[in-house]
Design a protein around this ligand. Structure first.
Ligand SMILES: O=C(O)CCC(=O)C(=O)O
Ligand SMILES: [Fe+2]
Length: 268
């Protein structure tokens, strides 16, 4: 088990978890520079770096301090099924509170604990690339809502000051931190309040056998990744029963083989 007892307790209770400063300052600076260019001067980058998860941001795909948590809460076979970068200026927002509650019945998002093991559906990992303070307006969560059995009550869905739910919580963290949350948790990207932008990468991981987001990563970016990282975009299947024993779609098998990563449904 990779998580500490306290991390496991916290993630199960609240639905999210912060691992502070898992990236080095040099890694953070390189990824911030890449995202700045992606958003403002893409031509200054080689084509394979013009979107996440290419170039410097590729270290986020399989960062050991992230993968060990995902193996524990999703399982040993995970894919990275969606990723995007934000450069959020003061006054910009991702949107209102969404998710939470009865969605846990859905196997794509659902959150269950069985025989002492967490089985989370999709898990989002936010890599914050600037220092984040409580009042800045980073992602916020209705704690515990990943296990709620009744629809989210409107009294708890306001993001307005003075009208916020007592269960609405956020975090503060240094640049280079990772925040994990189950997509079954009710969450929002509220209005960003700081003068300097929020720079972050948000990766969505899920079990190898599911794929919810349509893949939008440009083929040139996927093609530019080393095979060990392309493996996180391999085809969405677990077992091929034409062989005996069945062939399992492991990372090792993908790395040794010649299959391209899944990019056939890419639409620019
Ligand atoms: O932008 C944010 O802070 C939240 C993003 C979000 O809702 C998501 O990634 O599912
Ligand atoms: Fe969301």
């Amino acid at each position: 088990m990779a998580m500490t007892d306290e991390e496991r307790f916290r993630f199960d209770l609240a639905g999210y978890l912060v691992r502070p400063a898992i990236l080095t300052p040099d890694d953070v600076a390189a990824i911030v520079d890449q995202i700045d260019r992606i958003k403002h001067d893409p031509e200054s980058l080689p084509p394979e770096h013009r979107a996440v998860p290419g170039g410097p941001s590729s270290i986020l795909i399989d960062h050991p301090s992230v993968i060990d948590v995902l193996h524990e809460i999703i399982g040993p076979d995970v894919r990275l099924e969606n990723t995007f970068a934000v450069w959020r200026k003061k006054g910009e927002t991702h949107g209102p509170l969404h998710g939470g509650g009865p969605g846990q019945g859905d196997p794509i998002f659902g959150y269950r604990v069985h025989n002492g093991r967490i089985h989370a559906g999709m898990v989002r990992v936010i890599f914050e690339l600037t220092d984040v303070h409580k009042e800045d307006g980073a992602t916020c969560f209705i704690v515990g809502s990943h296990k709620a059995n009744f629809p989210m009550h409107p009294d708890h869905l306001s993001l307005e000051d003075g009208k916020r739910s007592e269960f609405l919580m956020s975090y503060e963290c240094p640049a280079g931190s990772a925040i994990f949350f189950t997509e079954n948790l009710c969450h929002a990207g509220p209005v960003w309040k700081r003068e300097t932008p929020r720079v972050a990468v948000l990766n969505a991981y899920a079990h190898l056998a599911t794929h919810w987001h349509r893949l939008t990563i440009p083929p040139a970016v996927l093609a530019g990744l080393p095979r060990e990282k392309q493996a996180y975009f391999r085809e969405t299947w677990y077992a091929d029963f034409r062989t005996n024993p069945a062939t399992i779609n492991t990372i090792d098998r993908f790395v040794k083989g010649e299959e391209p990563p899944v990019n056939t449904n890419h639409r620019p």
